[in-house]
Design a protein around this ligand. Structure first.
Ligand code: HEC
Ligand code: HEC
Ligand code: HEC
Ligand code: HEC
Length: 500
């Protein structure tokens, strides 16, 4: 049989799309493989833009944290805090948190980190960098944990070039979530209710945040470096007795820990940092298995691709993609619910700071009149515990929403302890003929800083000199080392509480 040229042509033509299809499947497979394979990012690469080359959606949303740039001066809002923190860095400067984009910049600019003139001076230890930068895990790996926590903050100025970034939460060799801070692992195992070995993926979506949004103290640790004796100030979570305000208070009392001695009342004080994780776990959302990322890093959809928003900020900017995934209601209702919760917390917090500030000033007066250690001790213990509890409740940022009942309970006990102190101090003052003593007016930041004798203008001057000299030098050195990533400072405006 003679083959029809028409049939032959048709047959040949028919194979063309098949061949093309096969080729295209092969190509797709290759592309899929590229998507699935882990790109060649250096281990502990601290420059987020290097990761961003392979994960543009995560990187672009991450960069949006720069939009949360407002400086809210908390000392101005509630000047009683200046009195509460007399003799401690926080009385100099304290702002509400901003976006992760600014973490490093704010740490460098705050008056609390002072004005070092070289790598050995300055008030703060190296530990103050710990929750600001992915250069931290890089340096801990390079220098060892003990060396990392030894020396002054200024020691690493020329190494800290990148604000919170990919390498803080991801392992570049697998892209899995990872804990880059060993002190969290030690704390989880010491506390025991969630052992590191039992951690699930959903837990990790909370624990990456708990690396930084947790209470800590600097544990003095003596160690030996090739025969040389050194002392490290190692970030440690006080979780051994439990995560509640009461449990941590007992822990600190047990080791007689003192963050600083109050300049006026001479109270051996505790400073709560930001027990956000600890407060969160007592709340209804944690009890129902939610993780931080469920509200702060919601899933987004873009052209058929699902990814996590890395714009970690207020869930209220995206109620539709967070709350309304599980709840019914309108955005307006959710905003109002949250505002009410915040107002309830603020009402009690305001009473607590007023009571505690007066207690400090009344104690100062009692000392001035000649009160003895023995007379003062019971009142000072109440001040220590009352202020710790107030601080735990308000510094657990977002606690008013994450765990409203626990927040209000802790604030209630703070007020009660502050009042106990004042009753005891009245008796002491009466003994020294000052029963009618009235504490001075601390109703503005300036008045309060005058009462505690803070040389504010001098601190600002010194800071500005530091920013114009040593800080510039750090940046130059960081750039020369190849650590500096211009994208991390793009369009950054210098904003502080003292620059207006
Ligand atoms: C490496 C430390 C670190 C990690 C990890 C971290 N944070 Fe933060 N976070 C900070 C610091 C520091 C700030 C304050 C930055 C500033 O004010 O400059 C902050 C600020 C915030 C804010 C306030 C943002 C704003 O715009 O007001 C939220 C919300 C927040 N973090 C949530 C989270 C969540 C949720 C996670 C986990 C997915 C997380 N953080 C992981 C250190 C960290
Ligand atoms: C504060 C911690 C944190 C930081 C910083 C962070 N991530 Fe993530 N990332 C997460 C969490 C939590 C998830 C959700 C993981 C999950 O549910 O599997 C995630 C998911 C991802 C995923 C998986 C796909 C997705 O979107 O869910 C990729 C890829 C990713 N991140 C890349 C990055 C890159 C690139 C950076 C830096 C620009 C970065 N991440 C910074 C916490 C972080
Ligand atoms: C059920 C949703 C939800 C979960 C889960 C959640 N948050 Fe929040 N978070 C919120 C809301 C709502 C606010 C209040 C936002 C506002 O007032 O703009 C908030 C506030 C915050 C703030 C204060 C931001 C600021 O600028 O003051 C921080 C920090 C924070 N959350 C961190 C966390 C961390 C860390 C976790 C996990 C341990 C977590 N959140 C879990 C909903 C959630
Ligand atoms: C993944 C699901 C989920 C998401 C997302 C979620 N919730 Fe919830 N929420 C719950 C569950 C479950 C409960 C507990 C309900 C119960 O016990 O009856 C709850 C309880 C509450 C309650 C009552 C308890 C309390 O603390 O007063 C409020 C208010 C609330 N959610 C607000 C919010 C807001 C605001 C957001 C967004 C920022 C949000 N939720 C996001 C699941 C979710």
């Amino acid at each position: 049989m003679k083959k029809s040229p028409i049939v032959f042509t048709l047959c040949t033509l028919a194979t063309v799309p098949m061949v093309l299809l096969t080729l295209s499947i092969r190509e797709n497979k290759a592309e899929q493989k590229t998507i699935e394979s882990v790109p060649p990012i250096k281990e502990l690469e601290s420059r987020s833009s290097e990761w961003g080359k392979y994960y543009p959606r995560q990187y672009d949303t991450y960069l949006q944290t720069r939009k949360s740039d407002k400086i809210d001066d908390v000392l101005k809002e509630d000047p009683a805090l200046v009195v509460l923190w007399a003799g401690y860095g926080f009385s100099k400067d304290y702002n509400k948190p901003r976006g992760h984009y600014y973490a490093l910049e704010d740490n460098i600019n705050t008056l609390r980190t002072g004005a070092p003139t070289d790598g050995k001076t300055g008030p703060m230890p190296t530990a103050c960098w710990t929750c600001k930068s992915p250069d931290v895990p890089r340096l801990i790996k390079r220098d060892g944990e003990n060396e990392f926590f030894t020396g002054k903050w200024s020691k690493y100025g020329a190494e800290m070039m990148n604000s919170i970034g990919c390498a803080d939460c991801h392992d570049s060799t697998t892209m899995k979530l990872t804990l880059t801070r060993d002190y969290l692992k030690r704390a989880l195992d010491a506390e025991g209710s969630l052992k590191v070995a039992d951690v699930t993926h959903q837990d990790m979506r909370t624990l990456v945040c708990a690396q930084c949004h947790s209470e800590y103290y600097f544990k003095k640790t003596d160690w030996e470096d090739k025969g040389e004796k050194k002392t490290a100030m190692v970030v440690t979570f006080p979780w051994k007795n439990g995560l509640s305000a009461d449990a941590m208070e007992a822990y600190y009392d047990g080791i007689e820990f003192v963050d600083w001695t109050h300049q006026m009342s001479k109270t051996p004080m505790l400073k709560a940092q930001h027990p956000g994780y600890e407060m969160f776990v007592t709340g209804v959302h944690a009890k129902n298995g939610l993780a931080c990322a469920d509200c702060h890093m919601p899933y987004m959809r873009e052209g058929g691709v699902k990814y996590s928003s890395h714009n970690v900020g207020s869930p209220l900017d995206n109620i539709g993609n967070t709350c309304l995934n599980c709840h019914t209601g309108t955005e307006k209702e959710f905003r109002e619910t949250i505002e009410k919760k915040l107002a309830r917390k603020d009402e009690l917090a305001q009473i607590a700071t007023d009571v505690l500030a007066k207690a400090h000033l009344e104690a100062a007066k009692a000392w001035e009149l000649g009160a003895t250690n023995e007379e003062m001790k019971p009142a000072l213990t109440d001040i220590r515990h009352g202020q710790w509890r107030w601080d735990y409740a308000v510094a657990s940022h977002g606690g008013f929403f994450h765990a409203p009942e626990e927040t209000l309970r802790v604030l209630g006990t703070a007020i009660s302890k502050g009042q106990d102190a004042r009753v005891k101090l009245r008796t002491v003052l009466a003994k020294y003929n000052a029963a009618d003593y009235v504490a001075p007016d601390f109703s503005t930041k300036e008045k309060a800083q005058q009462i505690i004798g803070l040389p504010y203008d001098k601190l600002v001057e010194e800071k500005k000199t530091f920013l114009n000299t040593l800080r510039k030098e750090w940046d130059k050195q960081g750039e020369a080392k190849g650590l500096y990533d211009p994208a991390t400072r793009k369009d950054m405006v210098f904003k502080t509480s003292y620059s207006e």
